[in-house]
Design a protein around this ligand. Structure first.
Ligand SMILES: NC(=O)c1ccc[n+]([C@@H]2O[C@H](COP(=O)([O-])OP(=O)(O)OC[C@H]3O[C@@H](n4cnc5c(N)ncnc54)[C@H](OP(=O)(O)O)[C@@H]3O)[C@@H](O)[C@H]2O)c1
Length: 329
């Protein structure tokens, strides 16, 4: 099992290596890949020092699987080249997610769609993954009509440049800006670029990817995505309207039984999910579960998860584990 990590020097890449180690992912050879800027740089993993290589070099080594987190343009150009060499690519960028010929996978929900022919598999956007992890079991039971989601997203979702911006602001140092405004003591209602319809691309990812993963284009979704100066995870305030009515105790039971979802919901003792506690964990945490008193068949939820873990690295590696388990690599 020859494994390539493309974007190994980035935020997701670093967590990818951590998760590979923690889960004892079965590889015999590891290729750490980044841009030409990083070629030759050394990274220590499991007490062994690796030299970062470039993309062309990595393709020529024909890895069995490549975990991509190096931006959309790199994926668009290089994922097909790896696929042609026989590599299965699992891609974290937005390049392939809405391509009708590519599968968009959250293993707990739809890994059973995967076949040996899938050579480029898309990993959803971090804010979508945590949303659908909680909503998929509820959709099955009560049929979702409409979702209103507002996000409070961690700066780690923008990569190393954004973490550096906050560090500079805290130290009073002028430096490169990842955002158009200061992020310290701020909330910026602008994640990714604006589209023609007035929504941001991040907001439209929540709409389109949710419909694709839940395999139901009739679900109405509207989103507002906001960047806040937290690390550790994205938070989401979610209002869901169902076709059928629900029993709130049953909703809690259903979510408690869902693999990868942890219910943290006891307002008597101030228990609810928060990014500082989700940090470094693979689960998706849900709390503040309550009936929407303003409208029938509607529920309010607060969902938190580490965007670098289940939102990126963990989900990617779980897809690969599924492929290995089902002999699809
Ligand atoms: N952060 C998140 O929560 C998250 C979640 C889901 C998906 N993603 C996606 O994952 C990707 C990486 O995000 P990140 O947060 O890890 O960003 P990051 O910290 O900025 O890291 C970017 C990585 O991509 C590499 N790279 C950039 N341009 C390249 C090129 N032309 N050829 C080869 N490698 C190149 C960089 O290598 P150098 O060090 O050599 O520049 C670095 O390893 C993005 O597509 C992002 O949308 C991120």
């Amino acid at each position: 099992m020859k494994v390539a990590v493309v974007g190994a020097t980035g935020m997701v890449g670093e967590v990818m290596l951590k998760v590979l180690e923690e889960r004892n992912f079965p590889f015999t050879e590891l290729l750490l890949v980044a841009s030409e800027r990083s070629v030759g740089k050394e990274i220590t993993f499991k007490n062994k020092t690796y030299k970062v290589i470039g993309l062309a070099d990595a393709v020529s080594k024909k890895p069995d699987v490549a975990f991509f987190s190096a931006g959309g343009e790199t994926s668009l150009e290089w994922a097909p080249k790896f696929a042609e060499a026989g590599t299965t690519v699992i891609d974290n960028s937005s390049a392939w997610r809405m391509d009708a010929s590519k599968k968009l996978i959250v293993p707990e929900i739809n890994a059973d769609q995967l076949t040996k022919e899938d050579k480029i598999i898309a990993n959803p956007n971090c804010s979508t993954t945590q949303l659908v992890m909680v909503l998929a079991p509820l959709h099955k039971k009560y049929n979702i009509k409409r979702i209103v989601v507002s996000t409070y997203q961690s700066i780690t979702g923008t990569g190393l440049k954004a973490v550096k911006q906050l560090e500079n602001e805290l130290a009073g140092v002028q430096g490169e800006m990842a955002y158009p405004y200061p992020i310290h003591k701020n909330a910026i209602p602008h994640c990714d670029v604006f589209e023609e319809n007035g929504y941001t691309k991040e907001e439209m990812k929540l709409v389109r990817e949710t419909q694709k993963i839940l395999d139901d284009r009739s679900i109405a979704v509207t989103a507002t995505a906001v960047r806040i100066p937290t690390e550790g995870g994205h938070s989401e305030a979610v209002n869901v309207e169902f076709e059928k009515d629900f029993d709130i105790t049953e909703v809690r039971q259903l979510l408690s039984k869902t693999s990868g979802v942890v219910v943290q919901d006891n307002t008597d003792v101030n228990t609810y999910p928060m990014p500082i506690y989700a940090n470094g964990k693979d689960d998706v945490f849900v709390g503040r579960i309550r009936r929407d008193a303003s409208q029938p068949n509607s529920l309010n939820l607060w969902i938190v998860s580490d965007n670098l873990r289940k939102g990126a690295a963990t989900n990617t590696i779980q897809i690969a584990e599924y492929l290995i388990d089902k002999n699809l690599l």
